[in-house]
Design a protein around this ligand. Sequence first.
Ligand SMILES: [Zn+2]
Ligand SMILES: [Zn+2]
Ligand SMILES: [Zn+2]
Length: 108
Amino acid sequence: MTDCQLCAHVAIDGSWGTSEHHCGECHRTWTGTAQAHCVTCHRHFTANSTAAQHRVGDGETCRDPETVTTKTGARRLFPYDTKYGVMWGGPPRQMPQESLTMDSVTAP
Ligand SMILES: [Zn+2]
Ligand SMILES: [Zn+2]
Ligand SMILES: [Zn+2]
């Protein structure tokens, strides 16, 4: 049972028909096909490549992105606030252009 209007919509239509995506478990909505949503921990990432960095071993276990570091101990994943919630990505200079401009494009 859910009060989520978006999930109700998906259940009826079967698909969005838009560029928006929605998680039926945590009810997060996002745009951009390049982004990756973890269906295990429901954290959200800028890309499959950044999402992969928080996975452990067989990929069924998730690490806290704050604890993911390089061999030299530098953090690899950083939280970015978006209007849909926190999104994890690489260091700021490595943020994909699409992610940086997305909010301004989709803002009301
Ligand atoms: Zn929902
Ligand atoms: Zn995860
Ligand atoms: Zn989710």
